[in-house]
Design a protein around this ligand. Structure first.
Ligand code: CA
Ligand code: CA
Ligand code: CA
Ligand code: CA
Length: 379
């Protein structure tokens, strides 16, 4: 990190620490499911694009990492009654997306942060010497539109690789001394990596574009095949792999989509004994005058004990920007339930599950525009 920036960030940290002392306020109106409590978080005063909860820094287990439109990456560190936040890097792009995973052996089994930063894919890693300068993994001619994905999809490399899409889907992998990037087959799309197919050993890659979601795996060569044709004609906004459906063993692929004049849809793709099945979980705007539905990020976790098994949480808006909403989707028997648990005037974008230390209580943290951050817990 350049010296001038480092000292500027140091001064900023002190100011931020002072401001954070009075950080907890009651939620300022808006809708909230009475089973939950909400804390409005005093976070960096910039549009918050995305966040991830990650044990990237062993000094701060349970910390969240935030990227803003002011090109900053912050560590958000939960403390007894407040949150401390501190800048850790400055990047190039105003619309970054962030994920966490372990694809770099240079800091052992600690995970790293991978940020789609405009046309660049960047790694932020903590080592025993501190935060490394942002490492450029790839610079693309085309924009890298969404989050990268980390998973051990390729058996030829030890451990996990990083996947992303620009003009085509690509794989970045650490080759002992340097990052290498290889092309994957087929058209680009939003990517997710994980083990959602028990008939294929290990993790698979999922690439989802307009009206088509494909599985990519390595079996003596890259193989790509269609598993769903949902979201016809329009791009989706998020895709994740996790155990979303308790009635189907193991993980599923969850994705949403929206575009102008299209009613948003949330889908779960499940590999059953007989093949891939697409389940429509939520169709926003049926029977309403709304024509725009911006679905944002998704996360999967077992958060709410009122539902046995896991839940999906999603940030979205019933119109172009606000209000921001958080919904929970949970499957009981054959039925997907929808609970709108939070709504406020600010837009909600990034969302992640969190375990509050030391209480060990589960919580959901969400951030958005123009400046809100909210922490939801079960009462
Ligand atoms: Ca590592
Ligand atoms: Ca591998
Ligand atoms: Ca598998
Ligand atoms: Ca499942």
């Amino acid at each position: 990190m350049r010296k001038g920036l480092k000292s500027a960030l140091g001064i900023l940290t002190v100011l931020v620490l002072a401001a954070a002392c009075a950080s907890l306020r009651g939620t300022q109106g808006g809708f909230l499911d009475t089973r939950y409590s909400a804390e409005e978080l005093d976070l960096p005063d910039a549009e918050k694009e995305d966040l991830v909860v990650c044990n990237v820094d062993p000094r701060n287990p349970g910390a969240a990492y935030l990227v803003t439109d002011r090109r900053e990456v912050y560590a958000l560190i939960p403390e007894e009654t407040t949150w401390r936040y501190t800048p850790i890097a400055r990047l190039a792009s105003a619309r970054p997306r962030i994920i966490c995973g372990d694809a770099w052996p240079g800091n052992g089994s600690l995970p790293e942060l991978y940020i789609s930063d405009g046309r660049r894919l960047v790694m932020l890693a903590w080592t025993s010497a501190g935060w490394l300068d942002p490492q450029l993994l790839y610079e693309s001619a085309a924009r890298i539109p969404e989050k990268a994905a980390v998973g051990d999809v390729d058996p030829r490399t030890p451990g996990s690789e990083v996947y992303f899409s620009a003009d085509q889907p690509r794989q970045a992998f650490w080759e002992g001394r340097a990052w290498k990037v290889a092309l994957l087959p087929g058209p680009p799309g939003y990517v997710a990596a994980g083990d959602a197919d028990r008939t294929v050993t290990g993790a698979e890659l999922y690439v989802s574009g307009a009206g088509a979601t494909d599985q990519i795996r390595y079996d003596g060569g890259w193989q790509r095949r269609r598993i769903a044709a949902v979201g016809t004609g329009q791009p989706q906004n998020a895709i994740v792999v996790g155990d979303a459906d308790p009635t189907n063993p193991g993980n599923e692929v969850v994705l949403n989509w929206h575009d102008t004049n299209v009613r948003g849809r949330l889908w779960v793709l499940a590999r059953t004994r007989t093949g891939w099945v697409s389940q429509l979980v939520f169709a926003a705007g049926e029977g309403t005058p709304w024509s725009l539905h911006h679905f944002h990020n998704l996360a999967i976790g077992d958060f709410d004990a009122a539902h046995p098994g896991p839940e999906i949480v999603m940030t979205w808006s019933p119109s172009t920007h606000n209000p921001g909403r958080i919904s929970v989707f949970a499957k009981t028997g054959n039925r997907w339930e929808h609970h709108l648990i939070w709504q406020d005037l600010d837009e909600a974008h990034g969302i992640a599950f969190l375990t509050l230390i030391p209480q060990g209580r589960p919580a959901v943290i969400a951030v958005g525009h123009p400046r809100e951050g909210v922490l939801l817990r079960i009462r």
